[in-house]
Design a protein around this ligand. Structure first.
Ligand code: UDP
Ligand code: MN
Length: 390
């Protein structure tokens, strides 16, 4: 007797296609979520991608070396024949000697230029990421740092007059953490310094590079700075020997980030904390003004530096170590236009930068530990002409 069929050929097809549909929907949903994640939190996505890349790289290397070792042991069967060149560390020798730093008790005269390597600069220090109100810093620094965030040494002639430009929008928890580590370090280094918080107001996407241009122009109106440091608010130095003065070449300070497992992310990386002399900054026409949102402006600046005939100067790895604040790290969406702009960095540099900078008159206030420059950034086409400023 023939059993009755529950599904015939035609009835089974839709059943199959439901599973196919679910599979396609699932793959679609995962890829959409991934794209959304990469677009909205690009910094975090970047960190994960970079970690994945490093893991893959180290796995590949260890497999390669293990298999070469095994090959030599088995096939040649003799340690004498082992002439395989094992990889040597590419890191420069660790700098732990204090010989290049001045010995404790070293004396110098008030009319002498301050050295770069003071005995008090002892190296790595503990990084404390606990959030605190700014007022917690008053007891230690209010009598030392002048209102507006200024200080200069009296026991020697400072080598550089440095303006720190900190790009800023809505990262209030981060600022006291940075100052808690930066201030004691700068006092030890005997630099003449002023801290500027360059804060973006208005509704446009964050423009880190343009904030630096505005900060540069406004700082130069107030004092004759000869050195500029472009310092992300969430990058905390780990070593007080990271000297914040300038040099003959533009400097990249934050080369070894904890979020990149203390590796230089890529050879042309110039983000996080960098700096240059006033002369170098003018020669490369400052930063671009055209990068609205996350990413690319530091790569563009690297191209400018190269085009200006400079090389990037980097400290020994040990001094380039920074920790990044992860908590309350809101993020800008990616600036997707950066890819096409970066293709033409070399041509654009002459027409986009300090020489094309226009901005509304900023509001400048002096607070206890910094000078605040608040500016409503807009693309030139959206500027209301009566308040234009350049
Ligand atoms: N920044 C800010 N508010 C923002 C975006 C950026 O203050 O909404 C400043 C801040 O100094 C920060 C820097 O710009 O450290 C770089 O931006 P972000 O931290 O978002 O970049 P990422 O660390 O993800 O590369
Ligand atoms: Mn950050």
């Amino acid at each position: 007797m023939r059993l009755p069929r529950i599904f015939n050929k035609h009835q089974r097809a839709p059943f199959k296609s439901i599973w196919l549909f679910i599979l396609i929907a699932l793959v679609g949903w995962i890829s959409c979520s991934l794209t959304y994640f990469i677009y909205t939190v690009p910094g975090t996505a970047n960190t994960y991608l970079y970690r994945f890349h490093l893991m893959r790289h180290s796995l590949y290397n260890s497999m390669k070396h293990a298999s070469v070792d095994a090959y030599q042991r088995i096939v040649r069967n003799s340690a004498m024949n082992d002439n395989y060149e094992r990889p040597v560390s590419t890191k420069p020798p660790s700098i732990t000697t204090t010989t290049t730093f001045l010995p404790p008790g070293f004396t110098f005269l008030p009319n002498q230029t301050c050295p770069e390597k003071f005995p008090e600069m002892t190296g790595p220090f503990y990084v404390n990421m606990t959030e605190i109100p700014m007022s917690d810093l008053y007891a230690n620094y209010s009598d030392i740092i002048k209102v507006g965030g200024k200080w200069r040494p009296k026991d020697c002639v400072p080598k550089y007059k440095v303006a720190f430009l900190i790009p800023f929008r809505n990262r209030h928890q981060h600022l006291p953490i940075l100052l808690r580590h930066l201030l004691p370090m700068l006092l030890k280094q005997r630099l003449d310094f002023t801290l500027f918080l360059v804060e973006q107001s208005g509704a446009y996407p964050f423009n880190r590079a343009m904030l630096f241009n505005v900060g540069f122009q406004e700082a130069m109106k107030r004092d004759n700075f000869d050195c500029f440091v472009f310092h992300d608010v969430d990058h905390i130095p780990e070593n007080d020997r990271t000297y914040y003065g300038c040099s003959g070449m533009p400097k990249h300070y934050a080369t070894q980030l904890d979020i990149h497992l203390y590796h230089l992310e890529y050879e042309k990386f110039f983000g996080g904390v960098s700096g240059c002399t006033t002369e170098q900054f003018k020669k490369v026409n400052g930063f671009t003004n055209q990068f609205w949102g996350w990413g690319g402006e530091d790569d563009d600046f690297y191209t400018r530096i190269k085009q200006g005939g400079y090389n990037v100067s980097r400290p020994p790895d040990e001094y380039g170590r920074y920790q990044s604040i992860k908590k309350n790290h809101g993020q800008e969406a990616q600036f997707l236009g950066r890819f096409s702009l970066l293709k033409h960095s070399a041509d654009r540099n002459f027409v986009d930068g300090l020489n094309s900078l226009h901005y509304k008159t900023p509001i400048i206030t002096q607070t206890r530990f910094y000078t605040n420059i608040t500016v409503d950034l807009r693309p030139v086409k959206d500027l209301a002409s009566p308040t234009d400023h350049s």
